[in-house]
Design a protein around this ligand. Structure first.
Ligand SMILES: [Ca+2]
Ligand SMILES: [Ca+2]
Length: 310
């Protein structure tokens, strides 16, 4: 088993850094606070606990976030089948017009509070996948909030804003991911399940509340990461690293892409695979981990034995 951790970094030199505010954002999720039973908004199964049943560690979600009385757990296809996520499909229109989406002016904000049972290894995982108007052809790859990862982490319920996997491991943690709605997208499916980067003991004790998926049209959207591969902690150590980039209202300058492996600059293959989609691929073998660092988003993904993200 390889234990050496190679790191690849990718820099995109295009556009600015700031995201425009979300004054006019519309939350498309119904029953994202899980105050209503399964069947309202969500397709699949989940259970709920009252916050007085504190199987998580630390304080409950701050009242300022309006968590309601209940939080959800054991998300799945049904109450007994946890092989797939609890799902909610949403239409992007009319909150964002097709013309705004196709001009790169669509922006999404996916957020959730995530915690877990102090006695079990499962950790929650919230996903969003965009689709075209058919609802069956995916656009880009799944984008995730992973409770095992510092990516998109904002704060713990006690107010701490530095991520750790020790003191706060089973605490409620708020995750927020902002990005460009891919051109051509007309609908999205938000999923709630358990992280592939954590273990499983019995049923998935994955605690999730306040799932929100806001969309809006903005004047400026920077380029963003639309997909990364490999995903999860079980990939081959020599798997090729592939990163999909999505133009926003500014375009990725493919001449300025930089990729480094173990601190050494290498030359990846860069291909325009769609009108606004760029694929960056590193085919050098035996990369144990890779880091992608565009201007506004950083992501590290490990394969082989390592499964933590930072
Ligand atoms: Ca709630
Ligand atoms: Ca369990």
């Amino acid at each position: 088993m390889r234990t050496r951790s190679n790191t690849a970094g990718l820099s995109i030199l295009a556009g600015g850094l700031a995201f425009v505010g979300s004054v006019n954002a519309a939350d498309l999720i119904v029953n994202g606070s899980f105050e209503d039973p399964p069947g309202t908004g969500w397709v699949g199964g989940f259970g709920t606990y009252n916050y007085s049943a504190a199987y998580f560690a630390g304080p409950p979600i701050p009242e300022s976030e309006s968590p309601g009385a209940n939080y959800s757990w054991r998300h799945g296809v049904s109450d007994t089948d946890f092989s797939g996520p609890l799902i909610q499909a949403v239409n992007l229109e009319p909150s964002v017009s097709a013309s705004d989406i196709d001009a790169g002016r669509g922006q999404f904000t996916l957020s959730a509070w995530l915690a877990s049972y102090t006695a079990n290894p499962e950790r929650p995982y919230v996903t969003v996948q965009f689709f075209d108007s058919s609802g069956t052809t995916p656009i880009g790859g799944p984008l995730v909030l992973d409770r095992t990862s510092a990516d998109n982490f904002v704060q713990f319920a006690d107010g701490a804003t530095t991520f750790d996997r020790t003191t706060h491991e089973n605490y409620w943690a708020k995750y927020v991911r902002v990005g460009a709605i891919p051109q051509g997208a007309r609908m999205a499916k938000v999923g709630v399940t358990r992280s592939p980067n954590a273990g499983l003991s019995g049923r998935p004790d994955t605690y999730t509340d306040l799932v929100k998926f806001d969309v809006q049209a903005v004047a400026f959207v920077p380029p963003s990461v639309s997909s990364t591969a490999p995903v999860g902690g079980n990939a081959r150590a020599d798997a090729a690293v592939s990163v999909g980039l999505q133009d926003g209202t500014t375009q990725v300058n493919t001449n300025n892409l930089q990729l480094s492996v173990d601190g050494v600059t290498v030359i990846p293959s860069v291909a325009k695979v769609g009108p606004a989609t760029i694929r960056v691929k590193e085919t050098r073998t035996k990369i144990a981990s890779a880091m992608v660092r565009p201007t506004a988003i950083s992501r590290t993904f490990h394969h082989g034995r390592a499964s933590s993200m930072s």
